[in-house]
Design a protein around this ligand. Sequence first.
Ligand code: CAA
Ligand code: FAD
Length: 379
Amino acid sequence: MQFEFTEEQLMIKQAARDFAQTELKPGVIERDEHQKFPAEQIKKLGELGFLGMMVAPQYGGSGMDAISYVLAIEEIAKVDASAAVILSVNNSLICNGLEKFGTDAQKEKYLVPLAKGEHIGAFCLSEPEAGSDATSQHTTAIDMGDHYLLNGTKNWITNGGTASTYIVMAQTDTAKKHDGINALIIEKGMEGFTIGAKENKMGVRGSDTHSIMFSDVKVPKENRIGDEGFGFKFAMKLLEGGRIGIAAQALGIASGAYELALQYSKERKAFGKTLADLQAIQFKLADMATEIEAARLMCLKAAWLKDHGQPYAQASSMAKLFASDVAMRVTVEAVQIHGGYGYVKEYHVERLMRDAKITQIYEGTSEIQRIVISREVLK
Ligand code: CAA
Ligand code: FAD
């Protein structure tokens, strides 16, 4: 066992940190306030290779490992959790899915521009009546011979308005239940494809979340990913990796809030000393630092298992379950340490507290992570 990063991993962490501080931090409060997508910044992150971090260079990616991915997402989320989820979806759920399971033609046509950040992808599993219960897909993809006819509505889709490529799970054969679900690649602009209104959210307000509607969309058979009926397992396999990204996002939200609280406690005076001189505050900081360290180790362990070709479903669910709870606890304490200043936008911690909550909900709620973990431990 070794607890050291390679030079390359440290360089990537530093590059992400520098980008977050210089490019993301300046407008982050305004983007949150106005629900503004960080278009310019995401474009630059694409040019730097952060949109297809783990994709092989032959498909336009950066060929990095999952450890580097965790380090980068943490640094980005410390400053802008919205940018972190935009990256996480594109890297883990879209690029990873196409690289692992796509045909050569799908990789050429869709993966290359997505990995280069020229296009953005969206992953469409959830529906108005199927969130946690993801096998109950109501969206249908009827087999018409040379194409599928797609009808239905997807809910809460991250990158819903900005994406050009959508991977959509839909039911083709209800008799086969989850084995009758297909994963289809849809392009924005296909006839019958509509984007719903943008959701007005509590947190990650810079990311755009929309419902997506399909009305008799003709999807060519060559746009199906994997064999007939592979769609549900495809989604589950991808979520194993996606949950590492969201765990790293939660870790970044927690460590971003902690760094701000630590700094503030050294500057703010009360009762003739700094807050950092008060044992009550010291103990809060000690607990925050300890929990963050544990969350970080869990994220890195899940990433290490993925990099080494070992099973990582349990580790990624554990990392997400733990890190998202840590994000909630730490951000609440960071606001507390800031006192009244923590309650206003200029000090960033109130935003991080709002951003933290979603990490307990998307890519499987904390209850769903417990289902996945308990099934693994009881195997
Ligand atoms: N890999 C491969 N196959 C898997 C799998 C995995 N990780 N997990 C399950 N499967 C297979 C099972 O083996 C089973 O196949 P067989 O019948 O052939 O054995 C099939 O999938 C169905 O699995 P279950 O019987 O376990 O199904 P279930 O109905 O009990 O539910 C669940 C499983 C874990 C609860 C699943 O529905 C789930 O993960 N729900 C949460 C959905 C979710 O995470 N949504 C996230 C949307 S994306 C998002 O949120 C993005 C974002 O915000 C940014
Ligand atoms: P429900 O499934 O209705 O759950 C409600 C409550 O019941 C939860 O607390 C849940 O944990 C609990 N519950 C449900 N079933 C059980 C059970 N069996 N045991 C114990 N408790 C249970 N989805 C996508 O497909 N793509 C995206 O890009 C995407 N991005 C999102 C972005 C945002 C901002 C949000 C809010 C959501 C996003 N989602 C996305 C959807 C997200 O994954 C779902 O909201 C989530 O999976 C929960 O589903 P639900 O909202 O339908 O809640």
